[in-house]
Design a protein around this ligand. Structure first.
Ligand code: PDD
Length: 291
């Protein structure tokens, strides 16, 4: 076990220590990035929206024509066992499936006899410290260099990796991806803006990952009668927004307060983001932690 990965991990039907979990260097996840993944937050040892995460995993597998090695019930059992044996109450469960390892290298799919590789582990879920939240974080914009199936949660993440690294190299927390003048999402998060009291969310298209947290935010906005528009956000609107937030299973809701070195709004986290964060915390504590 490391400070980050709990033992045991799950690999191809077995639970074993991370140090003993090995896969072939011919695995197509390694050779081609030919695989899919999920990240599921766990609160008080309860997996949050596991059905939705497993449905998104299935949708991604369908999208890349890969059979799911486990039924939804079998995945649930794997996740449950990882949660039970990990030392933390709040966790982040990572699932990955690749198209397995053939005995040769060929871009086209391997024969059906080649089994997929299924891997899963638990890490501690570390939420953003209050001091960081109080200040908000800095972000940059970069051109969206990804392919055109960004709705699939695949492990081929090189464009996301390079975008995020560009942000980190400039002391920023996230890179916002601009395609054809529109802001689609972050390198590893969905992005919302607020303008004149209206929460604006980009629509789910093949150019954005359908975030599970994104859905929770739309639900909370609707439940609390927060004015909401689901529509494309131009780069110009992004820069002129009163508030910009990033959201993900691990980051929850985090205000972006500077963009490319310029303040968003007054340069401080705004009231709408604070309110949504509070609704999210209430929801987490009353619903997510109680199952
Ligand atoms: N990333 N968009 C992208 C490109 C992402 O990678 C993620 C999450 C999201 C938010 O999705 P969700 O709300 O379901 O976490 C949006 C995960 C956390 C990751 O890659 O680690």
């Amino acid at each position: 076990m490391t400070a980050y990965v709990a033992d045991p991990v799950y690999l191809n039907g077995r639970f074993l220590p991370l140090a003993e979990a090995g896969i072939s260097p011919l695995d197509r996840g390694f050779l081609y990035g030919d695989g899919v993944y999920e990240v599921i937050p766990v609160y008080s040892r309860r997996a949050f929206r596991i059905d939705e995460h497993l449905q998104r995993l299935q949708a991604t597998l369908d999208g890349i024509q890969m059979a799911n090695p486990l039924s939804a019930e079998a995945w649930q059992a794997v996740v449950l066992k990882l949660i039970e044996t990990a030392p933390w109450d709040d966790q982040s469960i990572y699932l990955q499936v690749t198209r397995g390892a053939d005995d040769k290298r060929d871009h086209a799919f391997p024969p059906a006899s080649v089994p997929p590789t299924a891997f899963a582990f638990s890490s501690p879920l570390v939420t953003t410290p209050a001091a960081v939240r109080a200040k908000g974080v800095a972000a940059i914009t970069v051109p969206d260099l990804r392919w055109s199936r960004c709705d699939l949660k695949v492990v081929s993440l090189l464009a996301n990796v390079l975008a995020r690294q560009q942000a980190v190299a400039q002391g920023c927390a996230e890179a916002l991806l601009i395609r054809d003048g529109l802001m689609k999402e972050g390198a590893a998060s969905n992005i919302f803006i607020v303008k004149d009291g209206v929460l604006i969310a980009p629509p789910k298209t093949h150019l954005m990952l359908p975030g599970i947290t994104y859905d929770v935010i739309l639900e909370l906005a609707t439940a609390h009668q927060q004015p909401l528009a689901v529509r494309e956000i131009t780069e110009t609107e992004l820069r002129a927004a009163d508030e910009v937030w990033m959201t993900s299973s691990t980051k929850e809701i985090l205000a972006i307060t500077t963009l490319d070195g310029n303040p968003i709004g007054n340069g401080r986290p705004g009231p709408y983001g604070e309110q949504m964060w509070q609704w999210y915390q209430d929801f987490k504590n009353t619903v997510m932690r109680k199952g």
